[in-house]
Design a protein around this ligand. Structure first.
Ligand code: MG
Length: 443
């Protein structure tokens, strides 16, 4: 049918004016041009409308804009098509109306839908110590969402936008003592499309080892405090210590009291009822505290890294009392909902064994220094908490303990030189009477 267009051009070239053809109006297009196909990106195409009429044009869809040039010309109908952002193909009809011939010529305009595609600038994210924010550059022509571990959250403004966009995320900082955390994210389309796979992004967080501060019998080396006092516990909390160590005994009537020695002012802890102990005052004027008060105090903390109680269950005169003490302390801690805020220590293997037996998840460290890391691991301990001399004389034990997954703690470290020695050794905790000095050294 191309001959019609050629004929029209020949006729047009041979005529002096449109009036010469006024007796026979015509309006035609080459049928080969009656269907126009566009890609999803849109654009324009020209069509030749052969006519000697006054013509108008319109389109059935707003994304398709036809413009016709009056008069005779080739490529006189321009059809502009907007970008199609849908995956669906679409169709419009362009109509050309010739007034004199009372005739409409229709063209069909087809446009393809987009081919869904998602790309991400990286498939691995590495977050060094202390860094929590990261971004992903995502290019997507269909909506995407992010699947991620609970410790990763999206920042405000992360709503999907077509094309290239930088999306922002925050990872929670590593929990204290954790040196490595890994998780998998995926960037995936909201709808499922054949041939479009979710993009995996592996996130790795690394921490650095830090030695942490345990205040020995609380942070008592301060005006107004005393060893194993509520004031010393409060001081340790205010300092931000990892833990505040305290010593406990059980009375004959099952009250858990704080005291380092077996007696205080001549009164035996384990052989007295609480009524004999209740009136006793510490050097700072406090009454001798009971464990429940300490648990209540650590539970009241609101900061993210709460100071823990490092409860030393003292070695009583017999295992009946040791067992009563273990059971009463564990029961009190659990009933108070404070299990996460308590680590246990003891010199007695019997006491430690009972703590581990009552719950293998209990964090129990052994104080007496006479078990190897391997023996501690076998017995289910959480860690070792050994005197300075033991760790100095067994320099391999700290690393052996670490390799076995045990924590390492050293007591009682009070000089700057000793503190630095054990920091350099890489122990997890230093128990000290001068927690402020240790904190200063660590900062
Ligand atoms: Mg102690």
């Amino acid at each position: 049918m191309k001959y019609i267009k050629i004929l029209w051009i020949v006729l047009f070239a041979g005529c002096s004016s449109p009036q010469d053809r006024s007796e026979s109006f015509f309006l035609e297009i080459d049928p080969g041009q009656s269907v126009q196909n566009f890609g999803a990106e849109g654009g324009y195409k020209a069509v030749t409308v052969m006519t000697n009429c006054a013509v108008e044009t319109s389109a059935s869809r707003e994304w398709c804009t036809p413009v016709i040039t009056p008069g005779y010309a080739t490529d006189n109908l321009r059809i502009t098509v907007a970008e199609n952002v849908s995956t669906e193909e679409r169709t419009a009809t362009v109509s050309v109306t010739g007034a004199e011939v009372k005739q409409i010529v229709n063209l069909t305009v087809h446009q393809a839908g987009i081919t869904p595609a998602v790309s991400v600038n990286r498939t691995a994210v590495s977050l060094p110590d202390g860094v929590s924010d990261f971004t992903l550059d995502v290019t997507a022509n269909v909506p995407v969402v992010f699947d991620k571990p609970a410790w990763i959250t999206e920042k405000a403004g992360n709503h999907w936008e077509r094309g290239a966009k930088t999306y922002a995320f925050t990872a929670e900082l590593l929990p204290e003592g954790t040196l490595l955390r890994e998780g998998d994210m995926t960037v995936r389309t909201v709808e499922t499309f054949a041939g479009v796979s979710p993009v995996p992004v592996h996130v790795t967080q690394t921490g650095v080892h830090r030695t942490r501060v345990i205040a020995h019998r609380g942070y008592w080396n301060k005006p107004g405090a005393a060893q194993n006092s509520l004031a010393s516990l409060q001081n340790a909390i205010e300092l931000g210590a990892y833990g505040s160590e305290l010593d406990v005994w059980i009375t004959t009537d099952n009250v858990i009291v704080l005291n380092h020695d077996a007696t205080y002012q001549g009164v035996s802890m384990e052989n007295s009822s609480y009524s004999a102990i209740a009136p006793l005052h510490l050097s700072n004027g406090e009454l001798l505290p009971v464990l429940q008060q300490c648990i209540d105090m650590v539970k009241q903390q609101t900061q993210p890294n709460k100071t823990k109680l490092i409860i030393e269950i003292k070695t009583h005169s017999n295992n009946t009392n040791n067992k009563r003490c273990v059971d009463a302390v564990v029961q009190m801690v659990n009933a108070s909902g404070a299990a996460d805020l308590v680590d246990y220590i003891a010199f007695s293997q019997y006491v430690c064994g009972e703590l581990i037996k009552s719950n293998p998840q209990h964090r129990v460290a052994y104080l007496n220094g006479d078990l190897t890391p391997a023996a501690l691991k076998t017995a289910g301990y959480w860690g070792l908490d050994y005197p300075m001399a033991t760790l100095r004389n067994n320099t391999a034990w700290t690393n052996l303990a670490k390799a076995a997954g045990l924590t390492t703690n050293v007591w009682t470290v009070n000089s700057a030189a000793d503190m630095q020695y054990f920091i350099n050794m890489g122990v997890d905790f230093i128990t000290t009477d001068d927690p402020q000095a240790l904190k200063n050294l660590l900062e």
